[in-house]
Design a protein around this ligand. Structure first.
Ligand code: SF4
Length: 487
C-alpha cells in the first residue's frame, strides 16, 4: 500500500482522470500516455492504458505515477488504433492493484475496458444485487460495478448495454469505455465531472480536461453533455442522449482547485476564473498589508488577482519542491513531522518584517494551514492574513472528491473566528458563496431557481439526493443547540 505524508491528508483530492482516443494509423498508446501525463494532477496512485487493434484488447496498469508505470517498451507493445487511459486517486475502494483502472470485463459477445472519474452513491446495493445473480468482483471499486452492469446486461449491442447499465447507477460519472471496435464516452445527467471531446488529424479524442487534448495537439470541439453518450468507431461519431439531462451541477471545485489552470471548462479559462476569485476576495476582505503571496501552486492565480485588485505587490514567499509526489518510501516519524516542509519552504528574504496576505484555495482539516502560518512567522513575517478562495468546506463530497469526513472538516466544527485562532493567523477570511459563483462566471441561483454548479461541500445542497444510509447530522456550532438533521 502506498503511504501518504501527513499533508496529503489535509487537502482536497480528485479521484481520477480519464482519456480515450480512436485514431487508426497513430501510435495511440503513446498519445494516451501523454494525455495521462497531462492529467496526472487528477490522480497519482495508479495509471493504466488499454489498447485494441480491432480484434484484441491489451491492458497494462500498475501502481504509481504515469512516468513510473510505463516504459518505452511497454508502450511499443501496446499496438492498436483505439485506447483508453486512466489515472487514479482512490476514494471508493482501497489503494491496491486490483482497483487500478482500466477495468477489463468480457461476456460471450464482446470484451470491454472502462475508466471512470467520479463516485457512485448506490454501489453497495448494485453490488449486492449483481452478486445475488452470480457476479464476482476482483476489486472494491464502484467502477467495476459499472463494468459488470454493462457486461451482464442482456441487451444485444454495447450501446444498448451501456444505456441499460447507466439507468441503474446513481452518482457522478464521466466514463471512457472501449470494446475491440468502439470508443465510448458517457457523462452523468448532472454533468458533475468534466469530459471534453477533441479532434486530432480527423480522429476523435476524449479527455477529462482540455489540457489532455492540448498536450497531443488535439483541437477542443466541445464538452460531452450531461446524460450524453458518444460512440466513435469506423463510421465516425454518433451522439445519443441516453439519460434526460438534470439541472447542470458541475463541481465548482474543478475551478477552485482540481482542474489544471490551463484547462477550459464551460468555455472559461480555469486560470482566469481563479484570478477572478482573488479579485472578489480582495473586494470582500481587504486588509492593509505589504505583500500578497500564494500557497503554490493552487493559490497562484487567486493571489495575483488579489494583488491586482488591492494594489498590494505580489511576491513568491514559498519555494515549492515540484518533484515530490506520492512516495512508495515509508516516511520515518521524523520525516512525517516535517510534513508540509517537504513540499514548501519559505523565502526569508522576501517575507521578513512584512505584513503578508497569504492566499490559498481551501482549508480542509486546518493542520497544513497552521503549519504554514508557523513557518511564515518563524521566517520573520510581521503579520499573516489568510485569504481563502473558496467558502468554508462544511460538508463531505459523495461525488468523487476526497474532502474528509464531516467530523474532520474544521469548518464544520469551528466558527471562522475559532479557525483563525487555531491557525494562529492575524486574520482569516473566506470568499463568499456568491463571490465564488460570480468569479466562475455563473449566477448563484438562476431565474428558474436552479443552481448551475454543485456547491454541496460548502452548503450541503447535494444535487443528487444522498441515500438515507448516508444521512448526515448537521453539527451545531453553538453549544447547547439541538443537532439538526439535514435530510
Ligand atoms: S460536493 Fe464539493 S467537491 Fe463534491 S462535487 Fe460538489 S462541489 Fe465538487
Amino acid at each position: 500500500m502506498l503511504d501518504r505524508l501527513d499533508h496529503d491528508f489535509d487537502t482536497v483530492h480528485d479521484e481520477c482522470g480519464v482519456f480515450g482516443i480512436y485514431a487508426p494509423g497513430e501510435a495511440v498508446a503513446k498519445l494516451t500516455y501523454y494525455g495521462l501525463y497531462a492529467l496526472q494532477h487528477r490522480g497519482q496512485e495508479s495509471a493504466g492504458i488499454a489498447v485494441s487493434d480491432g480484434d484484441n484488447t491489451m491492458v497494462f496498469k500498475d501502481m504509481g505515477l504515469v512516468s513510473q508505470v510505463f516504459t518505452e517498451r511497454d508502450l511499443t507493445t501496446l499496438q492498436g488504433h483505439i485506447a483508453i487511459g486512466h489515472v487514479r486517486y482512490s476514494t471508493t475502494g482501497s489503494t491496491n492493484w486490483e482497483n487500478a483502472q482500466p477495468v477489463h470485463k468480457a461476456n460471450e459477445n464482446w470484451s470491454l475496458s472502462l475508466g471512470h472519474n467520479g463516485n457512485l452513491i448506490n454501489t453497495n446495493e448494485l453490488r449486492r444485487r449483481l452478486e445475488r445473480h452470480g457476479s464476482e468482483f476482483q476489486s472494491s471499486s464502484d467502477s467495476e460495478v459499472i463494468a459488470e452492469l454493462i457486461v451482464t446486461s442482456r441487451r444485444k449491442t454495447i450501446e444498448a448495454s451501456v444505456r441499460d447499465a447507466v439507468s441503474h447507477i446513481k452518482g457522478a460519472y464521466s466514463l471512457v469505455i472501449m470494446t475491440d471496435e468502439k470508443l465510448i464516452g458517457v457523462r452523468d445527467p448532472y454533468g458533475i465531472r468534466p469530459l471534453a471531446l477533441g479532434q486530432m488529424n480527423g480522429h476523435y479524442v476524449l479527455s477529462s480536461e482540455t489540457c489532455g487534448l492540448d498536450v497531443i495537439g488535439a483541437d477542443f470541439l466541445r464538452e460531452i453533455l450531461p446524460g450524453e453518450m458518444v460512440v466513435i468507431d469506423a463510421k465516425g461519431l454518433n451522439s445519443y442522449q441516453i439519460l434526460e439531462a438534470a439541472a447542470p451541477s458541475l463541481c465548482i471545485f474543478e475551478f477552485v482547485y482540481l482542474a489544471r489552470p490551463d484547462s477550459m471548462i464551460y468555455g472559461r479559462s480555469v486560470a482566469a476564473a481563479r484570478k477572478q476569485m482573488g479579485r472578489e476576495l480582495a473586494r470582500e476582505a481587504p486588509v492593509e498589508a505589504d505583500l500578497v503571496i500564494p500557497v503554490p501552486d493552487s493559490g497562484n492565480n487567486a493571489a495575483q488577482g488579489y494583488a491586482e485588485q488591492s494594489g498590494i505587490p505580489y511576491g513568491e514567499g514559498f519555494v515549492k519542491n515540484r518533484y515530490i509526489g506520492r512516495t512508495f518510501i515509508q516516511p520515518s516519524q521524523t520525516i512525517r513531522q516535517l510534513g508540509i516542509r517537504l513540499k514548501l519552504n519559505p523565502l526569508r528574504e522576501v517575507i521578513e518584517g512584512k505584513r503578508l496576505v497569504v492566499v490559498d484555495d481551501s482549508i480542509v482539516r486546518g493542520n497544513t494551514s497552521k503549519k504554514l502560518v508557523q513557518m511564515l512567522r518563524k521566517a520573520g513575517a510581521k503579520e499573516v492574513h489568510m485569504r481563502i478562495s473558496s467558502p468554508p468546506i462544511e460538508w463531505p463530497c459523495f461525488y468523487g472528491i476526497d474532502t474528509a469526513e464531516r467530523k474532520d472538516l474544521i469548518a464544520a466544527n469551528l466558527s471562522v473566528e475559532r479557525i483563525q485562532n487555531f491557525l494562529g493567523a492575524d486574520s482569516l477570511k473566506y470568499i463568499s458563496h456568491a463571490g465564488l459563483v460570480k468569479a466562475v462566471g455563473g449566477v448563484e441561483v438562476g431565474d428558474d431557481g436552479v443552481r448551475p454548479f454543485c456547491t454541496a461541500c460548502f452548503d450541503g445542497a447535494y444535487p443528487i439526493p444522498i441515500p438515507s444510509r448516508l444521512k448526515i447530522t448537521k453539527l451545531s456550532l453553538e453549544k447547547g443547540k439541538k443537532a439538526e438533521t439535514l435530510f
